[in-house]
Design a protein around this ligand. Structure first.
Ligand code: AP5
Length: 214
């Protein structure tokens, strides 16, 4: 399975990618997570990306295409991938198309997660991620269960992303509308686009996603 999840910040791309990965054994490839790992490691890429991410802007296309090329060359991506947060510009989409032709791994589908902007704000305000295992939670709709343990057997170490403050979220939404929304038509023209309603319980959205890619 080779899939792109498309949608605004907070639409549930990361959550659905993690759940799909658990069900199907196909790796989630999140460019946001890869950049946050680089920031945490203090690498040259991380230092350059941090200011861009904190401002709610996009890291440049050339850098992002390099990251994806490297990630898709890893052995686990041979059995497929779920792209979460990539591509998000037309240049990235064209670069991805070329790369996938070169490695003989065409996309099966692009699923657009449709959601009302008001719901997005509430989701991002309550989002918490685990510093150790990377799982995504929500203080109201998706808190860790009492018996849920992190990879080391202890409780999850939850934190709020620095780009989830209100001003940065508004900027990320504006950047999404301007730079990423054109991909909806781009993939519709290629016959790859499926749209699902991303407002609903996690299980309901799982079902819609499974039906869209069946
Ligand atoms: P990235 O990490 O990709 O952020 P994003 O696209 O803004 O998306 P989010 O992670 O905010 O939201 P999501 O759709 O994954 O929602 P989630 O599942 O967490 O990128 C961050 C930054 O990195 C960018 O701003 C940019 O600077 C840079 N970057 C990354 N990729 C790049 C690229 N390709 N090019 C250039 N720059 C790039 O869900 C949100 C919350 O809602 C969670 O709390 C979750 O528990 C909850 N939730 C989810 N589903 C449901 C549901 N059905 N019901 C109730 N709650 C739900």
């Amino acid at each position: 399975m080779r899939l792109v999840l498309l949608g605004a910040p907070g639409s549930g791309k990361g959550t659905q990618a993690q759940r799909l990965q658990a069900r199907r054994g196909v790796p989630q490839v999140s460019t946001g997570d890869l950049l946050r790992e680089a920031v945490a490691a203090g690498s040259e890429l991380g230092r350059a990306a941090k200011a861009v991410m904190d401002a709610g802007q996009l890291v440049d296309d050339r850098t992002m295409l390099g990251i994806i090329r490297e990630r898709l060359a890893k052995p686990d991506a041979k059995r497929g991938f779920i792209l979460d947060g990539f591509p998000r510009t037309l240049v990235q989409a064209d670069g991805l198309a070329e790369l996938l032709v070169a490695i003989g791994q065409p996309l099966d589908a692009v699923v657009m997660l449709d959601i009302d902007p008001e719901v997005l704000l509430a989701r991002l305000a309550g989002r918490r991620s685990c510093r150790r295992c990377g799982r995504v939670f929500h203080v109201v709709s998706n808190p860790p269960a009492a018996q849920d343990r992190c990879v080391d057997g202890g409780p999850h170490d939850l934190f709020q992303r620095p780009d989830d403050n209100e001003a940065t979220v508004r900027e990320r939404l504006a950047v999404y509308r301007e730079r990423t929304q054109p991909l909806i038509d781009y993939y519709a023209r290629k016959g790859l686009l499926r749209r699902i309603d991303a407002d609903g319980s996690l299980d309901e959205v799982d079902d819609r996603l499974e039906r869209a890619i069946a």
